[in-house]
Design a protein around this ligand. Sequence first.
Ligand code: ADP
Ligand code: ASP
Ligand code: MG
Length: 345
Amino acid sequence: MIVCKFGGTSLADAARIRQIAAILRKDPARRFAVVSAPGKRFDGDEKVTDLLLRAAQGDQTALGAALARFAEISAHLGVGMERELRRAGEEIPVCGADYAASRGEYLCAYMTAKYLRWEFVDAAEVICLRDGTADLEHTYDRLLRRLKPLKNAVIPGFYGATAQGEIRTFPRGGSDITGALVAGAMGACLYENWTDVDGLMSADPRLVENTVCVPAVSYRQMRLLSAMGAQVLHPDSLLPVMRAGIPTALKNSFHPERPGTRISTAHGAKTPCLTGRALESGAALLAALTPEAMELTGKALAALKETGVRPRWLGAWSDRLLLRVKGRCFPEALRALHRALVEEI
Ligand code: ADP
Ligand code: ASP
Ligand code: MG
């Protein structure tokens, strides 16, 4: 059995939802789907979650825009949502930010389930939260009891409920965590995380050209990359599946035929992967995960010197290099290292 999670861009409009329905129907082992809220359709568009967070602050235009997105998608899919949308419109302005934000995933899962003719299971019933994180024992118990008898179900990502029944969200990008919890609880053989890129790329494709997909990476390496800034997967989504020995496949919902990235305990990355993040001091941390990292030190430093970036060297281990650069030099340093460590190889 496979648990699938679909990110916001994979659910951004009716055509995208039809596409994910085709992915789900293609393999009957794909029994449970966890969905995000509809994301951006084009550059400059707004994610439904951002609209809802503004709506919670009293922005009526944002509320109208969020509800209109659902009305439009559901009309195209031929799914009736009037009652749910009316209720959401009344509750969102008065029930607090977490509740408002959670309605993006709630409505999206409800709509997708109706379209697929699958069961809808509200995350408030099965994801138990304590102090902002999932209470694993109760969550696994509830997930197993609720989902095991079902052939198929769609579950909203990103939120759960406290013991007092209050809706709370995970941090942004948290639908990845819900997907991992469902996979862990159900003992899935695979956790498929469907997104808008081919998998883990050799660097953030928004910043670097000519990136390549990393075919396999170990959980340990992925945790390091997530912690160092690689945004493609939420760092808290790794532990539940890693502990249960379930591999994660990162896949592109726009190109389901492409192989993607496999994250498991077995494989180590052979393709270098670069990432980084801003530090509070205004500097930036740059990390390169690469085989033979120590041997590549000279090459990395020479490539940076050529572009005029003067890094502070933090160290090289067998599989990684770490350095610090001025914040404003970060994109240039990332591109120079990518050219030297990935494109040349
Ligand atoms: P989703 O909405 O499907 O959860 P996210 O936006 O959270 O998707 O994550 C996918 C995005 O992560 C990609 O579109 C890409 O811009 C960004 N990203 C950053 N670093 C990487 C990387 N090394 N490999 C792939 N994607 C990355
Ligand atoms: N919709 C939420 C967000 O935009 C959660 C997610 O997409 O994973 O952060
Ligand atoms: Mg994400």
